[in-house]
Write a protein that binds this ligand. Sequence first.
Ligand code: PEP
Length: 249
Amino acid sequence: MKKLIAGNWKMNGSLAANEALLREIAAGLSAQPACAIAVCVPAPYLAQVQALVAGMPAVALGAQDVSSHASGAFTGELSASMLREFGCRYVIVGHSERRQYHGETDTLVADKAKAALAAGVTPIVCVGETLAEREAGQTEQVVKRQLAAVIHTNGHCISEIVVAYEPVWAIGTGKTATPEEAQAVHAVLRTQLKAATDQAARVKILYGGSMNAANASSLLAQADIDGGLIGGASLKAPDFLKIIAAAPV
Ligand code: PEP
């Protein structure tokens, strides 16, 4: 399976910075990269980045959140069909920053994944434990609970999602799970997917949490790590390009 390297720009960027970043990425990309690539950008920049990546066939567009509702009186929210209209192939749902700062529950995240799938946008469903949960030996229980909600709500469509295992303690902290720690959790998630669908082998499970140019190749070499969700390092073209180059075929 082709690996997927997806950048999560979070709440960063400007018209000028986005253009400069994407031009630098375009200039450094090989004609046919070995992996699939995406950039998940802040909503106001979707149209700008849609136009910029139109000239970069290897790079898909993604958003960072979506409403669980299809339309209506939900001020401030964005529907999956709106994202689709702006060419989004992916949308991140359930990022730990949404769960933590916006109180998103497992059920809401599952409903968001469903709304995305219904509009033809692939949800990148984030799961991951906090440091306290890891130290309490609850990692497996937490990620399984988070993924179970998405499986329950999405039934046979579950093979259409992308999962991102993002230990909360590793996001933006410079602390990365070791390749073995990450692989162990990815294997748990793969087993859970296998119990839900006979298509589990084609579900991409990304690792996210301080992945960078130095640690990408050892993480991406693990059997069940099918790519990366990259925050900080996706904002620096040379780093993002090195992570892309580290993805094995
Ligand atoms: C993220 O926000 O999804 C992420 C993995 O961030 P970082 O790479 O900066 O840890």
